[in-house]
Design a protein. Structure first.
Length: 315
């Protein structure tokens, strides 16, 4: 223990009073369940009270160090120190916690720590004080002080490293860029140039070696439709309506409707074609419809509705 903590510091009284305050009444009434440990919601800063001291401070200190910031509302607060401590704790991922205590409203806490001046910082580990600082720490030294504290305790408290990993993951604002796949780059270049045949060949080659590559599957469906949509004739819809048994006309009309963003109409047309036909014609209509499904996210409600209609038409 630091020399700043010279003298006995007995927190057992706070623990006992907190336990008593949080204990349910025999009849089932009373204060109810004790408050959740500070930081349970992802916030690692709490304004601690005597009643909640067990849950807010002592129990969390079994996992990570808890810095108790003792201050007094009747005196000017060290705003820079408080703000820096809060910032470091809030972004620390739970590697340590900050418990702020206003000794004017929580005098028994001040008595337990033997506070003689504020601000006072006390480090609790395992429910016991292991270090303390009387007076303010310069703002540019606070981070260094916290780092040295964590370095000294990291081997003893594995949860420190877990919190640091969370903080590192949360602090990574830059998205991790995947290296470009030259096969996809070649296919995309061909697509930009309007060479649908070359783009289709490139995506097909990817699927030949990686049949489960969902990105290539979706891109291939897009390319095939774009090639057909470029040749789509809006008048094909009228011709298909006049010849419901002409499967080729129905496929062309569905493409024209989809190109015009009439998605439900295209799906309904092909479901009807499946229901009216059989054998090879039915297979062609069903395959064409499934290919159109692949142009949309799997959870698109229009696709879900059409899939159910297709199932009824088939069975």
């Amino acid at each position: 223990m630091s020399s700043a903590m010279a003298g006995a510091v007995d927190l057992s009284g706070l623990k006992a009073r907190a336990d008593a305050a949080n204990r349910p009444a025999p009849s089932g009434g009373g204060a109810g369940a004790p408050p959740a440990p500070g930081g349970g919601d992802g916030s690692w800063v709490v304004d601690a009270t005597e009643q909640g001291f067990q849950n807010e401070v002592l129990e969390p200190s079994l996992q990570v160090p808890v810095v108790v910031e003792l201050w007094a509302s009747r005196y000017p607060r060290e705003e820079q120190l408080s703000a820096e401590l809060e910032r470091l704790a809030s972004t620390g991922g739970g590697a340590w916690r900050l418990a702020r205590v206003d000794i004017d409203t929580q005098p028994r806490v001040a008595q337990a720590f033997g506070v003689q001046q504020v601000p006072m910082l006390v480090v609790l580990v395992g429910g016991q004080p292991v270090d303390a600082v009387n007076g303010a720490i310069p703002e540019d030294r606070v981070a260094e002080w916290v780092t040295s504290l964590l370095d000294a305790l990291r081997d003893r408290m594995p949860a420190i490293a877990e919190g640091e990993r969370r903080a590192a993951a949360a602090g990574s604002d830059e998205p991790v860029e995947e290296p470009e796949d030259p096969r996809f780059t070649a296919a995309e270049d061909a697509l930009e140039q309007g060479d649908y045949a070359a783009a289709e060949a490139a995506y097909t080659a990817i699927l030949d070696t990686e049949p489960a590559n969902e990105q290539a599957k979706a891109a291939l469906a897009q390319v095939r439709f774009l090639a057909r949509a470029e040749q789509a004739d809006p008048s094909s819809i009228e011709r298909a309506d006049a010849a419901p048994d002409d499967v080729d006309a129905q496929l062309a009309a569905a493409d024209a409707e989809l190109a015009a963003d009439r998605v439900e109409a295209a799906f309904t047309r092909l479901v009807g074609t499946v229901a009216r036909t059989g054998g090879e014609d039915r297979d062609r209509a069903r395959g064409h419809l499934v290919g159109l499904f692949e142009l949309f996210p799997a959870d698109d409600p229009r696709v879900a509705t059409a899939r159910r209609a297709l199932a009824r038409a088939l069975f």
